[in-house]
Design a protein around this ligand. Structure first.
Ligand code: SF4
Ligand code: SF4
Length: 131
């Protein structure tokens, strides 16, 4: 499916959850190390869990709870989270537009990591969900 959302490098240690509040299907997840669970809340920070998944141990070990993860099997490509006024650090890209570090790549205006190759996150967001 085209239009899937991919969260990239700038979310790491930012994680303000603005995207969680605009996602209509609660497919943007956080990792809870205590329960070893990926969970999404009805609204960011409300503690009411809508969905949960088990993480792939090897993949979740890379960034753990320092970033959020889109479950692309659940994303409906609604476009809400990658509108320019949502993520304060421009970390969310459409899958087909995730920049690869080349000079022709188009970066989000607020992305502080312009010039980085973010394509790693396309596969990583798929690998992090074990079920
Ligand atoms: S594109 Fe829509 S459904 Fe997909 S993660 Fe973003 S807000 Fe959620
Ligand atoms: S992707 Fe952006 S809006 Fe979502 S939690 Fe990370 S920094 Fe916040």
């Amino acid at each position: 499916m085209s239009g899937l959302a991919i969260i990239t490098e700038a979310c790491i240690d930012t994680k303000d959850r603005a995207c969680v509040d605009v996602c209509p299907v609660q497919c943007i997840y956080e990792f809870d190390p205590e329960t070893n669970t990926l969970f999404s809340e009805v609204e960011a920070g409300d503690g009411i869990i809508e969905n949960s998944h088990q993480p792939n141990p090897a993949a979740i070990a890379i960034f753990g709870d320092s970033t959020l993860y889109v479950n692309v099997d659940e994303c409906t490509s609604c476009t809400a989270c990658y509108q320019p006024d949502v993520c304060p650090v421009g970390a969310i890209y459409v899958e087909e537009d995730v920049p690869d570090g080349s000079t022709k790549a188009k970066y989000n205006a607020n992305d502080p990591l312009k010039g980085h190759d973010h394509t790693f996150f396309i596969q990583h967001t798929r690998e992090v969900f074990a079920d």
